[in-house]
Design a protein around this ligand. Structure first.
Ligand code: CA
Length: 225
């Protein structure tokens, strides 16, 4: 799940990014309002963390513009404690929730997850392909009745495969959505993680849900293998 952080204070933005990445999210940062608006239009983010006081275009304007354009990505707005502009106004412009600075990362994470859960109403809260299940709220994975232990990155990869089940996904598409734009390591990391998922979710159960499509990428069978 990819999250956009629009925040001009670099240490705060980078701290949030590191924390969210550790939880398995892919994270982009925009350091001014115009960049943030552009990125929010271009990419289907799972959620946006949006500061109010920004160079270029303030957070209220970014939020209001997105909503006017029919972009309903869940937005968590960050308001300053000295609040010259208040929370009610954040919600008026179409933000879904707000947090007052300074905040704890744990609280931000909980709020973000809550927003993503209710963000797109038609999205099922539990993702399923046959008897393979992932609950995005609790980050738990099951094959049939068996709970499977997964790392946060493995869970993020499975979540992406489940959301795009039946589609052939190239390594690059997977990399872009599950890892970061800035990821400059070996793209074969995708293979490594695909193998881990198979070893946890398919092989022990005699299944073949995650298919290799030669020369094209991978596909999660919609029936769960
Ligand atoms: Ca700011």
């Amino acid at each position: 799940m990819r999250v956009l952080i629009v925040e001009d204070e670099a240490p705060l933005a980078e701290g949030l990014r590191d924390g969210l990445e550790a939880e398995g999210f892919a994270v982009d940062i925009a350091s001014d309002g115009l960049d943030g608006l552009w990125m929010a239009r271009e990419h289907p983010y799972a959620a946006i963390v949006l500061d109010i006081m920004l160079p270029g275009l303030n957070g209220y304007r970014v939020c209001a513009t997105l909503r006017q354009e029919g972009i309903w990505t869940p937005i968590l707005m960050l308001t300053a404690k000295d609040g010259e502009l208040d929370e009610a106004e954040a919600l008026d412009t179409g933000a879904d929730d707000y947090l007052t600075k300074p905040f704890s990362f744990v609280v931000l994470l909980a709020r973000l997850r809550a927003l993503m859960r209710r963000g797109v109403p038609e999205r099922p809260s539990v993702l399923e392909a046959g008897d393979l299940r992932l609950d995005p709220a609790t980050r738990t994975v099951q094959r049939g009745d068996v709970a499977v232990e997964m790392t946060s990155r493995e869970t993020a990869l499975l979540e992406f495969l489940l959301r795009r089940q039946g589609d052939v996904l190239s390594k690059q598409t997977i990399l872009d959505n599950v890892w970061n734009d800035e990821f400059e390591g070996d793209p074969n990391i995708v293979e490594v993680y695909i193998r881990r998922l198979r070893n946890k979710l398919d092989r022990p159960f005699g299944r073949t849900a995650i298919e290799t499509i030669r020369g094209a990428g991978y596909r999660l069978a919609a029936d769960g293998g």
